[in-house]
Design a protein around this ligand. Structure first.
Ligand SMILES: *[C@@H]1O[C@H](CO)[C@@H](O)[C@H](O)[C@H]1NC(C)=O
Ligand SMILES: *[C@@H]1O[C@H](CO)[C@@H](O)[C@H](O)[C@H]1NC(C)=O
Ligand SMILES: *[C@@H]1O[C@H](CO)[C@@H](O)[C@H](O)[C@H]1NC(C)=O
Ligand SMILES: *[C@@H]1O[C@H](CO)[C@@H](O)[C@H](O)[C@H]1NC(C)=O
Ligand SMILES: *[C@@H]1O[C@H](CO)[C@@H](O)[C@H](O)[C@H]1NC(C)=O
Ligand SMILES: *[C@@H]1O[C@H](CO)[C@@H](O)[C@H](O)[C@H]1NC(C)=O
Ligand SMILES: *[C@@H]1O[C@H](CO)[C@@H](O)[C@H](O)[C@H]1NC(C)=O
Length: 632
């Protein structure tokens, strides 16, 4: 289920004081580009033979394991508090059979990698933490090993839905496998004492090291969705409730970061039942993505502020004040905020042109998104191939012509270069504790995302051993290191969230009921909006909008119509029938049109293979953006 990592579904949300911020008078001009150098970090040696014993002493004379050429399970995580080591999940392969001492270097494991060119005492630049941990130390652990993150005590790690703990600092020679424990994390979701608790995914440690953010899928009205949550981690050495009945961390005082009774993204006027309002200041955490460096804010993918434009936001955990971190029309999701909150690093499809055909026209109210946001988010990938690259954006976000700084811009784009577009950015990039470095990783484009019917040529990997994944380090060489900070524990209470009660039902997102409405432009004009239920009558299935000289800013004027119908033949498959005939006049002079028979897309949000009939095309100020060809 690797590709679950970045999913975002219809459930989103939210908001944004972004517009106000940018219009405010105290917004500084965008920063000048800064000098950045990129280095590649070492990984264990690569064997081309995954069979038992394929990791020979020729390949690794130290007998400390080999990794494979293919990207199976791999993910870079975070810096240890010393800023000199990063956590990485790798898949060891080709290990000899037991009792060979190298037999422990097998399967998915957590390693530490040194970033400064130095080595551990055995001469390796890495150290495996989980290899050879005795089974008695891992009772009840889950097999998930994604998003390896670090605690400031230097002894603990978060990996998948487990916490790894060593009796001494992880980098010390004294931290041997028998000193390591792996404890599962349990979310109590039942009112009886049986069962394993709720499924949690995409876990993120809060910088106070006491709270945990996570996500959980829902299936409501036959469609998959998701909410974000925050709870406190509490070690339970002798559980008596639920499984596993082994030492574990319980999540207590869990808050769902969505309140169906709070202000929603789209609402009906209190006094006039035909009038709609768009509320960019509402909060719906569709997928939690982490926390700000000082821990004040939670970051998430929210309900779009502009139609088909998937962005990331930060909400203050106390006040609920929302900051729109990105506004570029393309898709973004992995992100990390710097320790001092002043910078955001994102993985974004911006610059690739991938989704401009759908999202390029700016300032369309997010109305069809009630039914079209799954399609907008899932067209970002071609199967496992992502179109992400890392970008650095300041506190105030994208504005005017500023769309951040591409971190790995330098290079000649040749195969294997730093900016080779066939090396795709992956989740998550992470800041060093002193704010002067960012670690990220990339995967190489392989068939069927290149070659065959795809016009994209497949290149051999130039990475060591021909592997198809690499670990990169960006050095922000002009920056002064930040002082180490201690983040005091925050309150368990999220005032704008809802305390989760075990056994309680999960609400659907609250949209206006089916009907005919009017949305007034903030400056002039209006839109007639029709919301129609699906055949089963369970939720809105069609959104139809006709714009009449609609203008929010008095500069851009929108006319024409857009209609999207959505059907979910299974919880993860979205089918949309899309009709656009929009013209925007003003500084941007753009057009968004479908072929006469409409644009029809069917896509599985977990698989992400583009498969459409008909066309959807956007032209902005003379540049035309086309949809990807099917299967590419
Ligand atoms: C425990 O609760 C869950 C849901 O709350 C229910 O599905 C299950 O049947 C219950 N088990 C027992 C033994 O009562
Ligand atoms: C799980 O929730 C139930 C119902 O609120 C509660 O009685 C029980 O103590 C909880 N168990 C744990 C381990 O938190
Ligand atoms: C409600 O809003 C619509 C659209 O602006 C307007 O035409 C209508 O007069 C309003 N009705 C009332 C009672 O204000
Ligand atoms: C129009 O284009 C400008 C320049 O790219 C951009 O700043 C602005 O956000 C665009 N969109 C709208 C609705 O104005
Ligand atoms: C890739 O490597 C193989 C084996 O070495 C070679 O046959 C092939 O020509 C290479 N392909 C490209 C595109 O360089
Ligand atoms: C569209 O909205 C306008 C303005 O409120 C209203 O006069 C008109 O009747 C609406 N048209 C339709 C087809 O609902
Ligand atoms: C549109 O294109 C013209 C000519 O290339 C350029 O001068 C203008 O700045 C562009 N407008 C925007 C909003 O980007």
């Amino acid at each position: 289920m690797l590709f679950l990592n970045f999913i975002v579904l219809t459930l989103f949300v939210a908001e944004a004081s972004g517009r106000d911020v940018v219009k405010g008078t105290d917004i500084p001009p965008p920063p000048e580009p800064e000098p950045i150098t990129i280095t590649e970090l070492p990984l264990p040696p690569v064997t081309s033979n995954d069979a038992e014993g394929g990791c020979t002493f020729d390949v690794n004379p130290h007998g400390t394991g080999c990794i494979g050429q293919a990207w199976t399970e791999f993910q870079s995580g975070a810096f240890l508090p010393d800023g000199l080591h990063v956590t990485v999940t790798v898949t060891f392969t080709g290990a000899p059979a037991a009792p060979d001492s190298a037999s422990i270097f097998t399967g998915v494991q957590l390693i530490l990698v040194k970033i400064d060119g130095s080595t551990f005492s055995n001469g390796d630049a890495w150290k495996c933490i989980t290899c050879g941990v005795p089974e008695k130390n891992t009772v009840g652990r889950s097999l998930t090993m994604d998003y390896p993150q670090t605690f400031v005590d230097g002894k603990r790690l978060l990996v998948g839905t487990n916490i790894i703990e060593c009796t001494s600092n992880l980098i010390n020679a004294a931290c041997t496998p028998d000193q390591v424990h792996i404890y599962p994390i349990r979310w109590n979701t039942t009112t009886n004492a049986t069962g394993p608790g709720g499924n949690i995914r995409e876990l993120r440690i809060h910088p106070d090291n006491v709270h945990l953010g996570f996500n959980a899928f829902t299936i409501i009205n036959g469609k998959m969705g998701q909410y974000g949550y925050m709870g406190r981690l509490q070690f339970n050495p002798f559980p008596t409730w639920g499984t596993p009945l082994s030492p574990r961390y319980d999540l207590v005082n869990v808050y769902r970061l969505y309140d169906p009774s709070a202000l929603q993204p789209i609402t009906v006027d209190r006094d006039n039942s035909s009038l709609l309002h768009i509320n960019p200041q509402s909060i719906v955490v569709g997928e939690l993505r982490g926390f700000g460096g000082t821990g004040r804010e939670v970051t998430y993918i929210g309900y779009p502020v502009e139609s088909s434009n998937i962005d990331v936001f930060a909400a203050d955990l106390t006040t609920g004040k929302v900051r729109r971190l990105t506004s570029h029309p393309e898709y973004v999701d992995p992100l990390d905020i710097s320790p001092d909150d002043q910078w955001t690093v994102v993985m974004d499809t911006r610059g690739s042109g991938r989704q401009m055909f759908m999202a390029g026209m700016r300032g369309i109210p997010p109305l069809t998104d009630i039914v079209s946001s799954s399609a907008a988010s899932s067209t970002r990938n071609n199967g496992p191939r992502r179109f992400f690259q890392p970008y650095l954006i300041d506190y105030y976000g994208d504005r005017n012509a500023y769309f951040g700084q591409k971190i790995n811009a330098a290079g000649d784009r040749s195969p294997g270069s730093i900016n080779d577009p066939e090396w795709n950015g992956m989740a998550d990039p992470k800041w060093s504790p002193d704010g002067t470095r960012i670690v990220y990783w990339q995967s190489h484009t392989v068939p069927p995302a290149c070659g065959g019917i795809n016009p994209l040529v497949c290149y051999n990997s130039t990475a060591p051993g021909g592997r198809h994944y690499r670990l990169m380090l960006a050095h922000l060489i002009s920056r002064t290191p930040l002082k180490p900070q201690v983040v005091e524990p925050i309150s368990d209470v999220v005032p704008w969230g809802v305390k989760y009660e075990p056994g309680s039902s999960i609400p659907a997102l609250a949209y206006p009921p089916a009907g005919k409405y009017v949305l007034l432009g903030k400056h002039s004009g209006w839109a007639n909006v029709t919301l129609i239920n699906n055949n089963a009558g369970t939720m809105i299935g069609t959104v139809s909008v006709v714009y009449h000289d609609f203008s929010d800013d008095g500069l851009n004027i929108l006319t024409g119509s857009e209609e999207v119908r959505m059907n979910s033949p299974s919880p993860t498959v979205t089918e949309v029938d899309w009709f656009s005939d929009l013209v925007q006049t003003g500084p941007n002079n753009s057009k968004k049109t479908t072929s006469p028979d409409g644009f029809h897309l069917s896509i599985d949000v977990l698989i992400n293979i583009f498969d459409a009939t008909g066309t959807l095309t956007t032209t902005i100020n003379g540049t035309t953006y086309y949809q990807p060809a099917n299967g590419t």
